[in-house]
Write a protein that binds this ligand. Structure first.
Ligand code: MF3
Ligand code: CO
Ligand code: CO
Length: 256
């Protein structure tokens, strides 16, 4: 299926669900601390989505995923499964990835959190990966090509001696969780899809401290760095507007 262009009415629905997804990250923040299990974080998010937002976690049951959110700690690149056995410790870095489904529409966003006192080398990876997302967002506008976006992310990561994960990418989103186009976080300028007003997609770069390669754990979901070094990811859902872009999952205190 081709890339969908959302109507003004569909954009309104996406604004609503994306705000809900962003709100979950705001709600969970104060619970991310040493001693908390990733299962507890899952339960807090799940309850908020279901009870307060009257919405659905799109992750729960998605292709058999067993939990409502993804919690990816340290060397876990993405799709970490919340567990009561995984207790956060001071020094950990964690990505929490939320996808809310409301009235048939999806909103997808993730961010990193620092747990307790985090070493400066880990903080730096987290910061540079956020900068990669923001540099990509700055480029989103009609006429920009997806290769321009991938290139900007890759260049900033590699300039800082980090690598870009290749196996997972951003995606179109709307009534379907993962739709066209694929949004690669590496690439060449002036190549790929030309953006048009009304397109909605995620940008979700994963940066590794070491090699870019990953391995899938035997649970069938958890993706780790193959060298065991740290990984960091930030994700927003963005709308291409007439003049640039609107970050649909922006949090109020974010420097966008
Ligand atoms: N939210 C993830 C993404 O950014 C997808 C998670 S799928 C799951 O695309 F099944 F692992 F939850
Ligand atoms: Co996504
Ligand atoms: Co996500």
């Amino acid at each position: 299926m081709a890339v969908t262009i959302k109507s003004e009415d569909e954009v309104k629905q996406m604004r609503i669900v994306c705000r809900l997804a962003a709100e979950v990250l705001e709600i969970v923040e104060k619970h991310v601390r040493p001693g908390t299990s990733t299962e507890a974080l899952n339960d807090i998010c799940h309850e908020h989505i279901v009870q307060n937002q009257r919405a659905i976690s799109a992750c729960l049951g998605y292709r058999g995923f067993p939990k409502s959110i993804c919690t990816s700690v340290n060397q876990v690149v993405c799709h970490g499964i919340p567990s009561e056995k995984k207790i956060l410790r001071s020094g950990d870095i964690i990505n929490i990835d939320i996808t809310v489904l409301k009235d048939g529409w999806h909103g997808d966003t993730s961010r990193m959190f620092l747990v307790g006192e985090v070493a400066s080398f880990a903080k730096r990876l987290v910061e540079i990966s956020q900068e990669c997302l923001y540099k990509a967002i700055d480029l989103v506008a009609p006429g920009t090509r997806l290769g321009d976006i991938g290139h900007a992310i890759q260049e900033h990561a590699e300039k800082n001696h980090y690598s870009i994960v290749r196996e997972y990418c951003g995606h179109g989103i709307g009534k379907i969780f993962h739709e066209e186009p694929q949004v690669l976080h590496y690439g060449s300028p002036n190549t790929g899809l030309i953006l048009e007003e009304g397109m909605i997609f995620t940008i979700e770069p994963m940066l590794n401290a070491g090699r870019h390669t990953t391995k899938l754990k035997r649970d069938g979901w958890t993706v780790e760095t193959s060298d065991g070094r740290l990984s960091s990811q930030w994700e927003h859902t963005v709308l291409v507007t007439g003049s640039g872009c609107e970050v649909l999952t922006a949090r109020p205190n974010e420097p966008l």
